[in-house]
Design a protein around this ligand. Structure first.
Ligand code: CUA
Length: 296
């Protein structure tokens, strides 16, 4: 948050610096007065010292708090307005479902939010069961995802790059593993990525032995892979899962990562609803892992 790369994060960093600075100043003054009070008392109470207590104890703190409130309140409006609708972010236990409605069709990503650089965008935030909070410290403020309500976070990235996001509200066993990457792209790269994400997988991939094993193991009951019969909606859409920055927000996106995840998800992410698939055996797990990794 001290290295802001988003318009709102920059505003918030400035406000934090101001609040900390003013707070420090008040602290030093109070310490000074406290030190004076520890010294020998005056023969009789001085009028000036009575004034100091009234001024320093009531008037100055009230003024300081009013000024900081005046600086902070408008920010709750600027950080929650001004963006054009971009995506819906759904907080699941314990991963992020991110849905884009593009001209090429609906696209669903998991634990990766893609954003166009320099364009103020609105994210609609929803949650089906518990409260989460979306926080990408270098880009924007932090807003709760509340069941039964739609909240909004407005983001304006100032530079391309990859920025880590977390869940800022305790939401259950794997709250601390609820990671997200915000990938900020140039506007044309952003449009190209969305177009690619909207496509189904290549026919050669769909006829792969890995695809057959994936379907035969029942993975399609929870996951969608467009271009195959798998159309489950409970877990993340895996159509181009190999192109994402991480697996489940906790593992590097490579064959070994997929292999470890398939074998025992709850070992890596306690409480994860996906069952372990160690029963498939080493060879089949590796085949499915290799196939998932190839879906780019
Ligand atoms: Cu989701 Cu904490």
């Amino acid at each position: 948050m001290w290295e802001p790369a988003g318009r709102d994060a920059l505003r918030i960093a400035w406000l934090t610096a101001w609040m900390t600075g003013v707070g420090l100043l008040a602290w030093v003054v109070v310490l000074g007065i406290g030190a004076r009070a520890l010294g020998p008392p005056p023969a009789r109470p001085l009028r000036a010292e009575q004034w100091l207590v009234g001024l320093g104890g009531v008037v100055v703190p009230a003024l300081l708090v009013a000024v900081l409130l005046g600086a902070g309140l408008p920010m709750t409006i600027t950080t929650t307005s001004g963006g054009a609708p971009l995506a819906t972010v759904v907080g699941e236990q314990w991963w992020w479902r991110i849905r884009y409605e593009s001209p090429d069709g609906s696209v669903e990503l998991a634990n990766e939010l893609i954003l166009p650089v320099g364009i103020r965008s609105a994210l609609k935030l929803e949650s089906p069961d518990v409260i989460h909070s979306l926080w990408i410290p270098r880009l924007a403020g932090k807003i709760d995802l509340i069941p039964g309500r739609t909240t909004e976070l407005h983001v304006e990235a100032m530079e391309p790059g990859a920025f880590r996001g977390v869940c800022g509200e305790f939401c259950g066993l794997s709250h601390a593993h609820m990671n997200l990457w915000a990938t900020v792209l140039a506007p044309d790269a952003f449009a190209a990525r969305l177009r690619r994400e909207a496509e189904p997988i290549a026919p050669s991939r769909a006829s792969d032995r890995g695809a057959a094993l994936f379907l035969a193991s029942g993975c399609g009951a929870c996951h969608t892979v467009r271009g195959t019969p798998a159309d489950g909606a409970l877990g993340p859409d895996l159509t181009h899962v190999g192109a994402r920055p991480s697996i489940a927000g906790v593992l590097p996106n490579d064959e070994a990562g997929f292999r470890a995840w398939l074998e025992d998800p709850a070992h890596l992410k306690p409480g994860a609803h996906m069952p372990p698939f160690a029963v498939l055996g080493d060879r089949d797990l590796t085949t499915i892992a290799r196939w998932l990794e190839s879906l780019r």
